[in-house]
Design a protein around this ligand. Sequence first.
Ligand code: FPP
Length: 250
Amino acid sequence: MLDRFRLPRRMPRSEPELPASARTVAIIMDGNGRWARKRGLPVLAGHRAGTAALRRTVEAAPGLGIRSLCVYAFSTENWSRSDDEVRDLMDLFRHTIRTEFPQLHRQGVRIRFQGRRDRVSDELLGLMTGIEEQTAGNERLDLYVAFDYGGRAEIVDACRRLVADGVRVEEIDSAALQARLARPELPDPDLVIRTSGERRLSNFLLWQAAYAELVFTPTLWPDFDGEALRAALQEYAGRRRRFGGRAGDR
Ligand code: FPP
């Protein structure tokens, strides 16, 4: 009768041990607008400076031990910004894929987009698939660009695929759902960084970030660089040291 109050013999799965250095890092690039406003510039200037910050960060990542980097470039909610800002952002994405991403290609970066593809212009879509094909054989760093991306929509889509694939109820588990995510090959992030002082996930990688460490920095995204990335990784490593010991050891 008391059986159901007994503790299970094996405890439920605990938080996995953090790897010594973060191999997979995800970044919510926030603060472009505030960076521009502080300087009395149009918001587009902030997004342009944000693009330069992305380039610096991608270039610094492999030297810091990062193998996969996933950045939140445009959310499913970002369509609600003004027509002018959305148009400017789409122009900037086109320009960046044309002029900046080929340089990342030469540095061995494999680029993949993650998110919906049915709401962009044919031209942008062509550029996205083109750079994915061009960089497919690169192995130095995987860069995932979350574009027209939302974590809830990704999970809903995965559920739809489970049904469409005829998966039986008893066969549904984490692996079956994971296999149906937009990018099943993206490893779970060890670390999620958000810039600009905001402390929310904002619908980013909701499934994948289940066990991620979170680092929030007041730095606005356009000011982010390799040094700021190194500082975030140091904070991550410090947490590992703190939680690796037993209470009372320190
Ligand atoms: C947040 O700033 C950033 C975005 C809406 C995404 C745009 C990101 C870039 C342009 C970086 C480069 C990326 C690529 C793929 C070229 P915000 O406008 O939300 O800032 P705010 O909260 O201060 O207004």
